[in-house]
Design a binder for this molecule. Structure first.
Ligand SMILES: Nc1ncnc2c1ncn2[C@@H]1O[C@H](COP(=O)(O)OP(=O)(O)O)[C@@H](O)[C@H]1O
Ligand SMILES: [Mg+2]
Length: 270
């Protein structure tokens, strides 16, 4: 089932013109992107820093408005949803960001971090069952129930990322936008989190928009890959095909540099 669609989505920003103190110029951060997020599938978005990946993720989650094109939620323009439908959209489209600690209130315990979104976004809420669900979900992401009483500052980056995943999943979302969600973690923890996300996708049928600058991570996660460069989609297709037979030079460069990094690490040069 198709949950979210982007149709010819574009984004322009007004930025300062370096040639003049008071003039502004238009910067095209994203142009003409079409994509579809289906239940249980992952669309990977890859490109170097500044290529427009986060802008695309934020437009799909309605954290930014597109300057062109439309976002459809279950076939309907997000802008045309009623208030009640929009609340459903907010609950059903969740985010996991690069630095989970920054998205958590440092004065909240893990219990409060996990239960507060349920309190705000679920139609029926009762504190005892929310706490029980939070404790169960902690188990699913590989943490002990005792973490409920801790504060983010008492947890490692990997543990915080698991809590961010648990927080998103507790709302039973249809889509999760994962924006560089393993980029700040050690490689061994990265693998654990990626496998956890895959297992949870199999179990819950969630659609992922998986954003990363790392084509290795994107290859591992994605059914479909979109390669963006300076806001343009330079290649889009079935995951294995894009990696095996890239049609675009920029994709080839990304693949070659990932291969170089891996080989250099293997030889101990990095
Ligand atoms: N609010 C903004 N105003 C002006 N330029 C922006 C704004 N947000 C992002 N940009 C620019 O748009 C481009 C794409 O940014 P972003 O989507 O964050 O890229 P990525 O996530 O691929 O690193 C960058 O060049 C960035 O500087
Ligand atoms: Mg980004």
């Amino acid at each position: 089932m198709t949950i979210l669609e982007a149709k010819r989505v574009g984004k322009q920003f007004a930025v300062k013109d370096s040639a003049s103190l008071w003039k502004k110029k238009v910067f095209q951060a994203l142009e003409n992107v079409d994509l579809r997020l289906d239940s249980g599938r992952t669309v990977g978005v890859v490109g170097e820093s500044g290529s427009g990946k986060s802008t695309l993720g934020e437009i799909l989650g309605d954290l930014q408005h597109p300057s062109a094109g439309t976002v459809l939620y279950k076939g309907r323009d997000v802008r045309s949803l009623t208030k009640a439908e929009y609340r459903q959209f907010r609950r059903n489209v969740q985010y996991i960001f690069q630095n989970p600690k920054e998205s958590m209130n440092p004065y909240f315990t893990v219990e409060k971090i996990l239960t507060e979104p349920m309190q705000v976004l679920l139609d029926s809420y009762d504190a005892a069952s929310a706490r029980r669900r939070a404790a169960e979900m902690l188990g699913r992401v590989g943490l002990a129930e005792s973490a409920l009483g801790k504060y983010p500052s008492e947890l490692s980056g990997g543990q915080c990322q698991r809590i961010a995943i648990a927080r998103a999943l507790l709302l039973s979302p249809e889509v999760i936008v994962c924006d560089e969600c393993v980029s700040a973690l050690d490689v061994s923890i990265q693998a654990q989190i990626l496998n956890l996300l895959k297992d949870l996708q199999r179990e819950f049928g969630t659609a992922y928009l998986f954003i990363s600058h790392d084509i290795g991570v994107i290859h591992y996660m994605s059914d479909e890959i979109i390669v963006v460069n300076h806001g343009h989609v330079v290649e889009q297709g079935e995951g294995a095909a894009v990696i095996r037979a890239p049609k675009n030079d920029y994709t080839r460069t990304l693949i070659a540099s990932a291969f170089f990094t891996r080989e250099a690490a293997r030889c101990g040069a990095l």
